[in-house]
Write a protein that binds this ligand. Structure first.
Ligand SMILES: NC(=O)c1ccc[n+]([C@@H]2O[C@H](COP(=O)([O-])OP(=O)(O)OC[C@H]3O[C@@H](n4cnc5c(N)ncnc54)[C@H](OP(=O)(O)O)[C@@H]3O)[C@@H](O)[C@H]2O)c1
Length: 330
C-alpha cells in the first residue's frame, strides 16, 4: 500500500459520526473539501453496530473505501466500574463486526480508535507504543482496555493474514465540542467545566475536587485529534509483521498539566473566583500519564490548539448546549 494515501475521491464512512470524535472527523473531512456525498454516516437506529448482520448488510450496500471507526461505548470511571460487561461486550462486537465487514467488502483502509488506557498502569512515562502488554492494566477500566487491545490485534491480524491496510491510533484524553456533560459519563475536563459552571450559577464560594491535585495529565483538543487521525490515515501504515512495535500509533498533545493547574485554568475560564480545595482522602489515579507521540510527530502531525483556547471553545459549546446558562450569556 503506497504512502501517502489520498482521501480525495474516496467514499469515507465515519462510524460513530454523532459522537465527539466522529463529529470532529466530519468537520475535518469537510475542511479538506471532501464532498458531502463522499462522507457516509449510519445512525444507530439504522445500523446497530453490535449486530453483525446489520453491519455486514450496510457495508455490502454502501461499500466504503475508507472506514474511520470512531464508534464505541465510551464512559468515565463510574460507568466503567458499573458496566464492565457492557464495555467489554459492546466494544468487542462493534469493532469485530466493522473490521470483519471491512475485510469482507474490501475496504482500502480502516482506522481503529483505541485509547491510552491500553497501556500498563505502571508503564514508564512518556509511554511509547511498544509498552503495550508489558504489565498489568489499571483495574478501573480494564474491560474497556482489553476490548481496545483486541481491536488493535484484530487490525494487525487482518493485515498480517490478508494484507488489509487496517491501522490503529491511540489518542490521549480528548475534550472539546460534542463532549458529554453528565455525572456518569464525563471525563475530567467536561466534569470540571460542569462543576465550576454550576458553582458560578449557584453563587457557591468553594469547590472541592477529588485527590491531591498533583497528578499530571495530557489533553488534546478533539479537532486536533481528528486532524491526526486523517494524517495517520494518509501517512501511516502498520508495517509490523509480528514484532509488535508498529502495531499502533499514539496521538497526544505532548503537553501535561497538573489537575490543580487545570482547575485554576477552568476557574478562570468559567469566572469562578471562590476557593478550590482538594480532598486527599479521595483517589488520585496514576501520578503521571503522558504518551510519547514522536512517531506521529515524525510523520508531520503536530497539535494546533493550546489547552486554554481549546477549553474556551469547549465551554462555549457547553453553554450553547445546556439550559443552565443565564440568558444574558447565551
Ligand atoms: N473521549 C475521549 O477522551 C477519548 C480518548 C481516547 C480515545 N477515544 C476513542 O475515540 C472513540 C470515540 O470516542 P468519543 O469520545 O467520540 O465517544 P462518543 O462521543 O461516546 O461517541 C461514540 C459514538 O459511537 C456510537 N455508538 C456506540 N455504540 C453504538 C452502536 N451499538 N451502534 C451504533 N453506534 C454506536 C455512538 O452513538 P450514539 O450517539 O447513538 O450513542 C456515538 O456516536 C472511541 O473509540 C474512544 O475509545 C476517546
Amino acid at each position: 500500500m503506497s504512502i501517502p494515501y489520498t482521501l480525495q475521491n474516496k467514499t469515507i464512512w465515519v462510524a460513530g459520526h454523532g459522537g465527539m470524535v466522529g463529529s470532529a472527523l466530519i468537520r475535518a473531512l469537510k475542511k479538506r473539501d471532501i464532498a458531502d456525498d463522499r462522507i457516509l454516516t449510519a445512525p444507530r437506529d439504522t445500523v446497530d453496530l453490535c449486530n453483525q448482520n446489520a453491519v455486514d448488510d450496510w457495508m455490502g450496500t454502501h461499500k466504503p473505501d475508507v472506514i474511520l471507526l470512531a464508534a464505541a461505548k465510551v464512559g468515565g470511571i463510574v460507568a466503567n466500574r458499573d458496566e464492565p460487561a457492557a464495555f467489554l461486550y459492546d466494544n468487542l462486537m462493534i469493532q469485530s463486526n466493522v473490521i470483519h465487514a471491512a475485510h469482507r467488502h474490501q475496504a482500502d483502509k480502516l482506522v481503529f480508535l483505541g485509547s491510552s488506557c491500553i497501556y500498563p498502569k505502571d508503564a514508564p512515562q512518556p509511554i511509547t507504543e511498544d509498552r503495550l502488554m508489558t504489565g498489568p492494566l489499571e483495574k478501573t477500566n480494564d474491560a474497556y482496555a482489553i476490548a481496545k487491545i483486541a481491536g488493535i490485534k484484530l487490525c494487525q491480524s487482518y493485515r498480517m493474514q490478508y494484507g488489509a491496510d487496517f491501522i490503529s491510533v491511540m489518542p490521549c484524553n480528548l475534550y472539546g465540542p460534542g463532549d458529554y456533560y453528565d455525572a456518569l459519563r464525563s471525563h475530567v475536563i467536561p466534569a470540571m467545566l460542569m462543576k465550576f459552571d454550576h458553582a458560578v450559577q449557584n453563587g457557591d464560594t468553594n469547590i472541592t475536587l477529588w485527590g491531591t491535585g498533583t497528578p499530571l495529565r495530557e489533553f488534546l483538543y478533539v479537532d486536533d485529534c481528528a486532524e491526526a487521525i486523517l494524517h495517520a490515515a494518509t501517512h501511516y501504515t502498520d508495517t509490523d509483521t509480528g514484532s509488535g512495535d508498529m502495531s499502533h500509533i499514539n496521538i497526544g498533545s505532548g503537553h501535561e498539566i497538573s489537575i490543580r493547574d487545570l482547575a485554576q485554568m477552568i476557574a478562570s475560564i468559567t469566572g469562578f473566583d471562590g476557593d478550590i480545595t482538594f480532598d486527599p482522602s479521595m483517589p488520585d489515579g496514576v501520578a503521571r500519564k503522558i504518551m510519547d507521540s514522536r512517531k506521529i510527530n515524525a510523520l508531520g502531525w503536530h497539535p494546533a490548539t493550546p489547552l486554554e483556547d481549546g477549553i474556551k471553545l469547549a465551554y462555549k459549546d457547553y453553554k450553547d448546549r445546556h439550559a443552565s446558562v443565564p440568558r444574558q450569556d447565551r
